[in-house]
Design a protein around this ligand. Sequence first.
Ligand SMILES: NC(=O)c1ccc[n+]([C@@H]2O[C@H](COP(=O)([O-])OP(=O)(O)OC[C@H]3O[C@@H](n4cnc5c(N)ncnc54)[C@H](OP(=O)(O)O)[C@@H]3O)[C@@H](O)[C@H]2O)c1
Length: 252
Amino acid sequence: MSGVTGHARALSAAAAVALMAWTGAAASAAGAAPAAAPAVAPLKIGIIGAGHIGGTLASLWVKAGHEVLVSSRHPGQLEGLVRSLGPGARAGTPREAALFGNVVLISVPYGALPQIGRDLKAELSGKIVLDTGNPYPQRDGDMAVQARRQGTGVSSAEFLPGVRLVRAFNAINSGDLASQAHRGGERIAIPLAGDDSQALEVAQRLVRDAGFEPVVVGPLARAREFDVGTAVYTRLMTAAQLRQALGLKRAR
Ligand SMILES: NC(=O)c1ccc[n+]([C@@H]2O[C@H](COP(=O)([O-])OP(=O)(O)OC[C@H]3O[C@@H](n4cnc5c(N)ncnc54)[C@H](OP(=O)(O)O)[C@@H]3O)[C@@H](O)[C@H]2O)c1
């Protein structure tokens, strides 16, 4: 898919208005008076892979007022995490997380993406999905070699057909995700790439709510610019530094 369009055009009017409410983009774009615009509603976020990255983001997003369903193939093991997250969190299976979320975070070993894309195709269809995965051949096998070659934006889209995909939170270490969130001074930038403009809006909101500054690099094909091994990967740059490093002229 090329350009920032994709499924956005196919959205029903009701879904489009709901998305704008989530993102804070005024209902005026849908023809309503700005004064009637709904307050930005909390999101329901399904989290598939509640490990280092998924568990940290669950905590940051619950603190920001969102509802999360963290998932595991062994959901009973998440009782402690859910207790520590408080009433905004519950636990379930990956399928339940896919069904629960208006937005779904997938944060699993990259080698699991094809299976998740197949098994949860119906549940994830049309959903905004944030993918944090990085391919490591030693962990994920040959598919990771190919994913690195073609870039993760392109390969993740192949593994997760029918979703409104955004590459997000793949270029920061989990320790930094926890320690740098909401830091004083200029925030640390999180690069994003996606083909769907509304999905990117939601992703930017979730980056801000996690305590970071979003930088939209471009469509999925440009996600490779912040893949493992690039000059910006895990470098903890401000938005201005990241834009300069990637040759992005201005805030997008
Ligand atoms: N750690 C980092 O600093 C970092 C930074 C940036 C990006 N990343 C990338 O982000 C992804 C997640 O990293 P992480 O460090 O958070 O991993 P992690 O701590 O190992 O957690 C991964 C989670 O994925 C779940 N999982 C594994 N296979 C699954 C499957 N087939 N279906 C559903 N869930 C499955 C596991 O849950 P159950 O076993 O309980 O089901 C586990 O909790 C990886 O691709 C990693 O390369 C990591």
